[in-house]
Structure formats: C-alpha cells, structure tokens
Design a protein around this ligand. Structure first.
Ligand SMILES: *[C@@H]1O[C@H](CO)[C@@H](O)[C@H](O)[C@H]1NC(C)=O
Ligand SMILES: *[C@@H]1O[C@H](CO)[C@@H](O)[C@H](O)[C@H]1NC(C)=O
Length: 272
C-alpha cells in the first residue's frame, strides 16, 4: 500500500466490485475496531463524515482479466474508477500557495493503479502556460486550487502501462484546456501517446469494443475521453458522450461519489 490508505469511496467500490464478481466478501461493510477483525484483503477504515464509524473495506480490486480471461470485448468488464483521482490528501503545493479546495483520494495515482483502479477522472486546465490538474470552478485554475502539472500524473500512468503490458487504462477528462493541442502536447511529452487507442477503432452505434487481448497485442492500451465535443475532430480525443453512458448513482450516504457501471458504445447518455 502507499503512504496513505486507499480512499473510502474507492474501497467501497472495490467491495461492490468483488461482490459482483463473486470474490470473497467476508466482513465487508461490517463494523470493526482493528483490521484484524476483518477478513483477508480487508482493512478497518473510517471515512468521515458520510460513512462514519469503522467498517471493513477492501484494499485492492480483483483483476477482471485474471478472474475470467482477457479475450472478451473491452466493454464487457467492469473497471474501478476514481473521481478526481489527482485530488490527493497531502499532495504538496506546487504553486507555493497553500491549497484551499477539496481532496478526494488518499492513494497516489501510482498506488491507485497498483491497487486495481483502471479509470481515472481528471480535471484539466490551462494554467501557467501549461496543463494542470486542478480542483476549481468556472473553468479557471488558481494557485490555491491547483494540484499539479498534468505531465507529472501522465508520467505516473506511463510508468504503470510500461511495467504492466497487459493492462489498459482509461482517462476521463473534465476538460477546460483551450490551448491548441495543449493536451496532445502533454500526452506526447509524457510518453503516453505511444499507447493511444485511436478514435477510429472505437465502436459506433452500440457495437462492442475490440477485444482486450487485441488491444493489448496492438499495445493500444490508453483510452482517453474528453468532455469537449470539438476535440474529437480537432485533436482525435474521443468525446465521452459519443461512447459512454453514465449511471449517476447517488446513495444517500455517498452523495459525492458516483461510479461508472457500464461501458458501452452508445450515442446517448442518461441519468438514473
Ligand atoms: C474466455 O472466457 C470466456 C467466458 O468464460 C469464454 O467464453 C472464452 O472461451 C474464454 N476464452 C479463452 C481464450 O479462454
Ligand atoms: C511528439 O513529440 C515529438 C518530439 O518532440 C515530435 O517530433 C512529434 O511531432 C510530437 N507528436 C505530436 C503528435 O505532437
């Protein structure tokens, strides 16, 4: 595990994921006082304020490609996703100004990936003549809302893909970058461009995605979606709602967290 423990929302998702996949579920969600009270692969964790009181939660996801095999279409698997993956507790200020914004995660991006996260939701902004990950509003990054240059996080993802040649990572951008080719330049500089899964291979009209085994064989193992529609034609970055649906799932005690249940090629998205 990393320097801090995995964020509770992540762990809860892991619990659901494991349940869905039929893995051991002993004690997940039960009250506990120490990790010794919990089953194997679990941790006793207290997430204030929404999920207060210590509960057994899972610490790493089961790899779906090992649970089944990797010869199904990419959309037939469930992928653990972290929201604001870059908004990490304890991330030092990179602007020299103390940060005043929300945190969402306790693992570094590297640790998230090593613990089984396969999709990262990142907010990208034009900032300081570069692209930064920022937890801001109004599409403008400030010194006190900035987390880090996107390049640093993209390099962590590149390192993971490089050392895990059978894994696929998806990046979902809440994108405020207006600089021409701003994102493409950072993807290129980070070394991620060589893993790029091209829009031309993404399915239209609800068809299945290519097989994971084929995506791995062709080394096209980075799937990127942007929230800016025009970038699909201008930069070849897939517009997310051409390819994804979102199930906006908000349990009363987990209002700020949501997760993506389905990856299907679809023209429309909808909210439950
Ligand atoms: C992979 O698993 C699926 C689902 O169980 C099965 O239908 C398929 O034959 C398997 N493929 C290989 C190559 O083992
Ligand atoms: C990526 O960077 C290299 C080296 O600077 C450059 O030659 C190439 O044109 C860049 N590719 C894109 C798509 O920007």
């Amino acid at each position: 595990m990393g320097r801090a423990f995995t964020a509770a929302p992540l762990l809860l998702l892991l619990g659901f994921l494991a349940l869905g996949l039929g893995a051991a579920t002993a004690n997940v969600g039960d009250s506990c006082s120490t990790s010794a009270d919990c089953g194997a692969g679990q941790w006793c964790f207290d997430c204030e304020p929404k999920f207060s009181g210590s509960h057994c939660v899972r610490s790493a996801a089961t790899n779906p490609y090992q649970l089944i095999n990797n010869s199904l279409p990419f959309n037939k698997y469930a992928y653990l996703t972290t929201h604001n993956s870059y908004a990490i507790v304890g991330e030092p200020s990179h602007t020299g100004i103390p940060r005043v914004t929300f945190d969402n995660q306790e693992d570094t991006v590297t640790d998230q990936l090593n613990n089984g996260v396969r999709a990262l939701m990142l907010d990208t902004y034009d900032f300081k003549g570069d692209v930064w990950l920022c937890h801001s509003n109004g599409g403008k990054c400030n010194d006190f809302t900035a987390f880090e240059p996107a390049l640093d996080t993209f390099k962590e993802i590149e390192a993971f893909l490089s050392s895990n040649p059978s894994e696929i990572v998806t990046i979902i951008l809440e994108d405020y970058v207006n600089a021409p080719n701003g994102l493409t330049n950072v993807f290129n500089a980070s070394g991620l461009l060589k893993y790029w899964f091209p829009v031309s291979k993404m399915p239209q009209n609800g068809q299945d995605w290519p097989l994971v085994s084929d995506m791995v064989a062709s080394n096209q193992r980075l799937v990127v979606f942007t929230s800016i529609r025009s970038k699909q034609s201008s930069e070849g970055i897939a517009y997310q709602w051409n390819f994804m649906v979102e199930n906006n799932c908000e349990a009363p005690t987990l209002q700020i967290f949501f997760f993506l249940l389905l990856w299907i090629a679809a023209k429309h998205h909808f909210y439950a």
